[in-house]
Design a protein around this ligand. Sequence first.
Ligand code: M1P
Length: 240
Amino acid sequence: MTIYVFDLDGTLTPARLPMTKEFESFFLKWAKDKTCFIATGSDIKKVKEQASQKVLDAFEGVYCSMGNVLWKRGEIIYKNEFQANPRLIEKLEEFRSITTYPHELFGNYIEYREGMINFSVLGRDCPYAEREKYFAYDKKTHERERICHLLAEQFPEYDFSIGGMISIDITPKGKGKEQVAHHLRQIYPKLKIVFFGDKTFSGGNDYALAQAVLALGNAAVVQVAGPDVVKDFLKSEYRG
Ligand code: M1P
Protein backbone atom coordinates (compact mmCIF):
# COMPACT_ATOMS: atom_id res chain seq x y z
CA MET A 1 0.00 0.00 0.00
CA THR A 2 1.12 3.58 -0.72
CA ILE A 3 0.22 6.82 1.04
CA TYR A 4 -0.42 9.69 -1.39
CA VAL A 5 0.00 13.29 -0.22
CA PHE A 6 -1.08 16.22 -2.38
CA ASP A 7 -0.53 19.94 -2.12
CA LEU A 8 -3.75 21.80 -3.07
CA ASP A 9 -3.19 25.16 -4.85
CA GLY A 10 -1.36 24.69 -8.15
CA THR A 11 -1.40 20.91 -7.67
CA LEU A 12 -4.96 19.55 -7.33
CA THR A 13 -6.56 22.89 -8.23
CA PRO A 14 -5.45 26.09 -9.92
CA ALA A 15 -4.20 28.57 -7.25
CA ARG A 16 -7.16 29.65 -5.07
CA LEU A 17 -9.72 28.32 -7.57
CA PRO A 18 -12.10 25.36 -7.31
CA MET A 19 -11.08 21.94 -8.61
CA THR A 20 -12.37 21.52 -12.16
CA LYS A 21 -15.31 19.12 -12.60
CA GLU A 22 -13.28 17.12 -15.08
CA PHE A 23 -10.38 16.62 -12.64
CA GLU A 24 -12.80 15.91 -9.79
CA SER A 25 -14.51 13.10 -11.64
CA PHE A 26 -11.16 11.56 -12.66
CA PHE A 27 -9.72 11.91 -9.15
CA LEU A 28 -12.74 10.43 -7.35
CA LYS A 29 -12.49 7.30 -9.47
CA TRP A 30 -8.72 7.03 -9.04
CA ALA A 31 -8.80 7.63 -5.27
CA LYS A 32 -11.44 4.97 -4.52
CA ASP A 33 -8.97 2.32 -3.37
CA LYS A 34 -6.14 4.66 -2.24
CA THR A 35 -5.11 6.36 1.00
CA CYS A 36 -4.69 10.08 0.35
CA PHE A 37 -3.93 13.25 2.33
CA ILE A 38 -3.89 16.96 1.47
CA ALA A 39 -0.99 19.11 2.76
CA THR A 40 -1.67 22.81 2.17
CA GLY A 41 -0.63 26.22 3.46
CA SER A 42 -4.27 27.32 3.33
CA ASP A 43 -6.78 27.10 6.14
CA ILE A 44 -9.82 24.81 6.07
CA LYS A 45 -12.16 27.61 4.95
CA LYS A 46 -10.17 28.09 1.74
CA VAL A 47 -9.82 24.33 1.23
CA LYS A 48 -13.63 24.00 1.35
CA GLU A 49 -14.01 26.78 -1.22
CA GLN A 50 -11.82 24.78 -3.61
CA ALA A 51 -12.72 21.13 -2.95
CA SER A 52 -16.27 19.75 -2.74
CA GLN A 53 -17.35 17.66 0.25
CA LYS A 54 -17.26 14.60 -2.01
CA VAL A 55 -13.61 15.27 -2.77
CA LEU A 56 -12.74 15.95 0.87
CA ASP A 57 -14.40 12.65 1.83
CA ALA A 58 -11.94 10.89 -0.47
CA PHE A 59 -9.08 12.00 1.79
CA GLU A 60 -8.04 10.30 5.00
CA GLY A 61 -6.97 13.70 6.39
CA VAL A 62 -6.33 17.33 5.47
CA TYR A 63 -3.21 19.02 6.88
CA CYS A 64 -3.86 22.79 6.81
CA SER A 65 -1.77 25.86 7.66
CA MET A 66 1.50 24.15 6.66
CA GLY A 67 0.77 21.08 8.78
CA ASN A 68 -0.14 23.09 11.87
CA VAL A 69 -3.67 21.63 11.94
CA LEU A 70 -4.89 18.19 10.94
CA TRP A 71 -8.56 17.76 10.00
CA LYS A 72 -10.12 14.30 9.76
CA ARG A 73 -13.77 13.82 8.81
CA GLY A 74 -14.69 17.33 10.04
CA GLU A 75 -12.77 17.12 13.32
CA ILE A 76 -9.49 18.64 14.42
CA ILE A 77 -6.98 15.93 15.38
CA TYR A 78 -4.25 18.37 16.48
CA LYS A 79 -3.41 22.04 16.10
CA ASN A 80 -0.40 24.20 17.00
CA GLU A 81 -0.64 27.60 18.65
CA PHE A 82 1.52 30.51 17.53
CA GLN A 83 2.36 33.97 18.86
CA ALA A 84 4.15 36.17 16.34
CA ASN A 85 7.14 38.28 17.34
CA PRO A 86 5.91 41.94 17.25
CA ARG A 87 9.17 42.95 15.50
CA LEU A 88 8.32 40.57 12.67
CA ILE A 89 4.88 42.17 12.28
CA GLU A 90 6.48 45.65 12.21
CA LYS A 91 8.80 44.45 9.46
CA LEU A 92 5.88 43.08 7.42
CA GLU A 93 4.10 46.44 7.77
CA GLU A 94 7.27 48.09 6.51
CA PHE A 95 7.51 45.84 3.44
CA ARG A 96 3.91 46.64 2.64
CA SER A 97 4.53 50.39 2.90
CA ILE A 98 7.75 50.49 0.82
CA THR A 99 6.74 48.16 -2.02
CA THR A 100 7.24 49.57 -5.50
CA TYR A 101 4.27 47.57 -6.81
CA PRO A 102 2.60 50.17 -9.03
CA HIS A 103 -1.06 49.09 -8.67
CA GLU A 104 -3.75 49.14 -5.99
CA LEU A 105 -3.11 47.31 -2.70
CA PHE A 106 -5.86 45.47 -0.77
CA GLY A 107 -6.74 44.48 2.79
CA ASN A 108 -5.91 41.37 4.80
CA TYR A 109 -2.21 41.49 4.03
CA ILE A 110 -1.21 39.79 7.28
CA GLU A 111 -3.40 36.75 7.81
CA TYR A 112 -3.10 34.89 11.10
CA ARG A 113 -3.72 31.17 10.70
CA GLU A 114 -3.31 28.33 13.16
CA GLY A 115 0.42 28.00 13.82
CA MET A 116 1.50 30.45 11.11
CA ILE A 117 1.15 33.79 9.34
CA ASN A 118 0.49 34.37 5.66
CA PHE A 119 1.82 37.69 4.35
CA SER A 120 0.93 39.28 1.03
CA VAL A 121 2.17 42.74 0.00
CA LEU A 122 -0.82 42.90 -2.37
CA GLY A 123 -3.38 41.87 0.28
CA ARG A 124 -5.52 38.74 0.23
CA ASP A 125 -8.79 40.67 -0.24
CA CYS A 126 -7.94 41.35 -3.88
CA PRO A 127 -10.00 40.24 -6.90
CA TYR A 128 -8.55 37.37 -8.97
CA ALA A 129 -7.40 39.64 -11.83
CA GLU A 130 -5.25 41.60 -9.36
CA ARG A 131 -3.58 38.34 -8.23
CA GLU A 132 -2.51 37.74 -11.80
CA LYS A 133 -1.16 41.29 -12.07
CA TYR A 134 0.86 40.90 -8.87
CA PHE A 135 2.09 37.45 -9.91
CA ALA A 136 3.47 38.91 -13.16
CA TYR A 137 5.14 41.75 -11.19
CA ASP A 138 6.66 39.28 -8.73
CA LYS A 139 8.00 37.10 -11.55
CA LYS A 140 9.77 40.17 -12.96
CA THR A 141 11.00 41.74 -9.71
CA HIS A 142 11.31 38.66 -7.43
CA GLU A 143 9.84 40.77 -4.65
CA ARG A 144 8.69 37.81 -2.57
CA GLU A 145 12.04 36.04 -2.89
CA ARG A 146 13.84 39.21 -1.78
CA ILE A 147 11.51 39.66 1.19
CA CYS A 148 12.00 36.02 2.21
CA HIS A 149 15.81 36.40 2.14
CA LEU A 150 15.80 39.62 4.13
CA LEU A 151 13.41 38.24 6.73
CA ALA A 152 15.34 34.97 7.04
CA GLU A 153 18.52 36.94 7.87
CA GLN A 154 16.77 39.00 10.55
CA PHE A 155 14.51 36.32 12.00
CA PRO A 156 16.35 32.99 11.98
CA GLU A 157 13.73 31.51 14.32
CA TYR A 158 11.19 31.44 11.45
CA ASP A 159 10.94 29.80 8.04
CA PHE A 160 9.77 31.93 5.10
CA SER A 161 8.55 30.34 1.89
CA ILE A 162 6.81 31.52 -1.25
CA GLY A 163 3.12 30.57 -1.07
CA GLY A 164 1.01 30.46 -4.23
CA MET A 165 0.69 33.50 -6.52
CA ILE A 166 0.75 36.43 -4.10
CA SER A 167 1.91 35.47 -0.64
CA ILE A 168 4.61 34.25 1.71
CA ASP A 169 4.02 31.56 4.35
CA ILE A 170 5.73 32.18 7.68
CA THR A 171 6.10 29.42 10.29
CA PRO A 172 8.25 28.94 13.37
CA LYS A 173 11.37 26.89 12.43
CA GLY A 174 10.53 23.20 12.18
CA LYS A 175 6.78 23.95 12.13
CA GLY A 176 6.34 24.05 8.37
CA LYS A 177 4.97 21.44 5.98
CA GLU A 178 7.80 19.05 6.97
CA GLN A 179 5.68 18.21 10.06
CA VAL A 180 3.37 16.32 7.72
CA ALA A 181 6.13 13.85 6.76
CA HIS A 182 7.04 13.16 10.38
CA HIS A 183 3.42 12.74 11.44
CA LEU A 184 2.62 10.39 8.57
CA ARG A 185 5.73 8.28 9.25
CA GLN A 186 4.56 7.80 12.84
CA ILE A 187 1.17 6.57 11.65
CA TYR A 188 2.51 4.53 8.73
CA PRO A 189 6.04 3.39 9.69
CA LYS A 190 6.40 0.93 6.81
CA LEU A 191 4.42 2.30 3.89
CA LYS A 192 5.72 4.16 0.85
CA ILE A 193 4.83 7.88 0.82
CA VAL A 194 4.46 9.77 -2.46
CA PHE A 195 4.16 13.57 -2.35
CA PHE A 196 2.89 15.73 -5.24
CA GLY A 197 3.58 19.47 -5.12
CA ASP A 198 4.01 22.41 -7.50
CA LYS A 199 6.62 24.19 -5.36
CA THR A 200 9.02 21.45 -4.26
CA PHE A 201 12.05 23.57 -5.29
CA SER A 202 14.20 25.51 -2.79
CA GLY A 203 12.29 28.59 -1.57
CA GLY A 204 8.87 27.11 -2.44
CA ASN A 205 6.34 26.14 0.22
CA ASP A 206 6.46 22.42 -0.72
CA TYR A 207 10.25 22.25 -0.43
CA ALA A 208 10.48 21.39 3.29
CA LEU A 209 7.92 18.61 2.93
CA ALA A 210 9.58 17.24 -0.21
CA GLN A 211 12.96 17.12 1.55
CA ALA A 212 11.50 15.58 4.71
CA VAL A 213 9.63 12.92 2.72
CA LEU A 214 12.78 11.95 0.82
CA ALA A 215 14.81 11.83 4.05
CA LEU A 216 12.32 9.29 5.46
CA GLY A 217 13.20 6.75 2.78
CA ASN A 218 10.66 4.54 1.00
CA ALA A 219 9.24 7.72 -0.51
CA ALA A 220 9.00 9.70 -3.73
CA VAL A 221 8.36 13.34 -4.65
CA VAL A 222 6.64 14.40 -7.85
CA GLN A 223 7.10 18.04 -8.93
CA VAL A 224 4.06 19.02 -11.00
CA ALA A 225 2.84 22.06 -12.89
CA GLY A 226 -0.87 21.77 -12.10
CA PRO A 227 -3.72 19.25 -12.07
CA ASP A 228 -3.20 18.07 -15.67
CA VAL A 229 0.31 16.89 -14.84
CA VAL A 230 -0.94 15.22 -11.64
CA LYS A 231 -3.56 13.40 -13.71
CA ASP A 232 -0.96 12.16 -16.21
CA PHE A 233 1.21 10.81 -13.39
CA LEU A 234 -1.69 9.14 -11.61
CA LYS A 235 -2.80 7.50 -14.86
CA SER A 236 0.63 6.26 -15.86
CA GLU A 237 2.85 5.72 -12.79
CA TYR A 238 0.46 5.34 -9.86
CA ARG A 239 -2.48 3.36 -11.15
CA GLY A 240 -2.18 0.44 -8.72
O1 M1P B 1 -1.28 26.24 -1.04
C1 M1P B 1 -0.46 27.23 -1.56
C2 M1P B 1 -0.74 28.60 -1.07
O2 M1P B 1 -2.02 29.05 -1.48
C3 M1P B 1 -2.27 30.35 -1.22
O3 M1P B 1 -1.28 31.13 -1.84
P1 M1P B 1 -1.52 32.50 -2.63
O4 M1P B 1 -2.60 33.20 -1.95
O5 M1P B 1 -0.17 33.17 -2.55
O6 M1P B 1 -1.85 32.12 -4.05
C4 M1P B 1 -2.16 30.63 0.28
O7 M1P B 1 -3.25 30.06 0.94
C5 M1P B 1 -0.86 30.10 0.81
O8 M1P B 1 -0.80 30.17 2.20
C6 M1P B 1 -0.67 28.70 0.43
O9 M1P B 1 0.57 28.26 0.89
